[in-house]
Design a protein around this ligand. Structure first.
Ligand code: NAP
Ligand code: GDD
Length: 335
């Protein structure tokens, strides 16, 4: 029988990659999006799955909406990817972020519980929960120390997911995913800001990229690899939580160097650092994941690592401006 999956946050980066993955596996995919003033299905079109999924309306703020939708669809699996996912914004909108990223998840969990706990549930937990990391690398047993309203809201929903599993015997799991990027990454996140900015510099549209703290370190993987792990987590015999990461970390400076290097430019000439509006009130200095459990139990491992990820993102952003890598390299020689 065809399996039915409900993906919340379908318009986001992971929503696009996960729907592509599930459609290929033969799932009937329902993609939940919230009402906005203009259609924002561009990632789904870009990846070529818009025609293969059914879009449904759902906002994590509204429990009646969630209940009606899940009752109607009767999904086998729910992937909750919806969130206010930008850490910087969570300092400006802590209450909204807590409601959507925290209570919003409880709204889904309660709905599933009231329906007898049938659909399997995946929660998009995050390495941001480790925050001021208490040990390095971080695994499933590392104590949490979130440093942002986003991280704190996500920690609440992480523990709620654990609690619904233990209290109500639900198949509720979390993937504790470290940063994962792609050509579909939002342009406010630092990797995409750099790859897109670099392409704009090559086209002489801008002269510099303004960034904040270049010393922070992240464990960056490729979103396309990580959605495979997400699906795998719900296919296990028992519900559980897994850290998903590459096991390598690099600084923001490293990313800028590598991205500019792809076209032969010296990043230092084109990046302004410590721009105050991009500095975090409480920074997460370094994240590094240990995915031994996922490697062993899920038989999962990342395929795309740092250098290839940079290349993929830079090439894609150049292409978005109709530039090939060779053309960009020629232009770069004159900059
Ligand atoms: P993203 O691109 O920012 O997508 C977030 C999605 O959530 C968008 O579809 C957004 O819809 C939707 N959304 C926001 N508020 C909503 C609401 N009130 N009701 C319903 N939908 C709402 O994020 P992503 O990178 O794909 O990440 C997916 C999930 O994984 C998020 O929960 C994120 O926190 C988590 N995560 C991400 C990473 C990472 O490195 N990417 C790492 C760990 C965990 P609009 O398009 O309408 O805004
Ligand atoms: N966004 C941004 N913009 N970040 C900058 C900038 C800038 O101009 N300059 C430096 N940074 C630094 C931030 O201070 C942070 O230390 C790091 O770059 C990464 O920032 P983001 O790309 O915004 O990602 P994030 O690590 O805060 O959050 C992402 O990863 C989390 C997993 O650890 C998001 O995808 C979260 O949703 C996700 O949970």
């Amino acid at each position: 029988m065809t399996k039915k999956a409900l993906i919340t946050g379908i318009t986001g980066q992971d929503g696009a990659y996960l729907s592509e993955f599930l459609v290929k596996k033969g799932y009937k995919v329902y993609g939940a999006l919230r009402r906005t003033s203009s259609t924002n299905t561009s990632r789904l079109s870009y990846i070529g799955v818009l025609g293969d999924i059914e879009l449904v309306s759902m906002d994590l703020a509204e429990i009646t909406n969630i209940q009606r939708l899940i009752e109607r669809i009767e999904p086998d699996e729910i992937y909750n990817l919806a969130a206010q996912s930008f850490v910087q914004t969570s300092y400006e909108q802590p209450i909204f972020t807590s409601d959507i990223d925290g209570i919003g998840v409880t709204r889904i969990l309660e709905t599933v519980r009231n329906l007898g706990g049938k659909p399997k549930f995946y929660q998009a937990s995050t390495s941001e929960m480790f925050g001021q990391a208490q040990q390095s690398p971080q695994n499933e047993n590392t104590p949490f120390y979130p440093r942002s309203p986003y991280g704190i809201a996500k920690l609440y929903s992480h523990w709620m997911t654990v609690n619904y599993r233990e209290a109500w015997n639900m198949f509720a799991c979390s993937g504790i995913l470290f940063n994962h990027e792609s050509p579909l990454r939002g342009t406010e996140f630092v990797t995409r800001k750099i790859s897109q900015g670099m392409a704009q510099i090559a086209l002489k549209k801008i002269k510099k990229i303004n960034l904040g703290n270049l010393n922070a370190e992240r464990d960056w993987g490729f979103a396309g690899d990580y959605v495979e792990a997400i699906w795998n987590i719900l296919q296990q015999d028992k519900p559980d939580d897994f850290v998903i990461s590459t096991g390598e970390n690099y600084s923001i400076e490293d990313f800028a160097r590598e991205a500019f290097n792809v076209v032969g430019l010296d990043w230092k000439k084109f990046v302004k650092s410590n721009v105050s509006r991009y500095l975090r009130p409480s920074e997460v200095p370094s994240l590094l994941g240990d995915s031994s459990k996922a490697i062993k139990q899920l038989k999962w491992k990342p395929k795309v690592l740092f250098k290839d990820l940079c290349l993929m993102m830079v090439e894609s952003d150049l292409k978005n401006f109709n530039l090939t890598l060779d053309e960009a390299k020629k232009i770069a020689k004159k900059l």
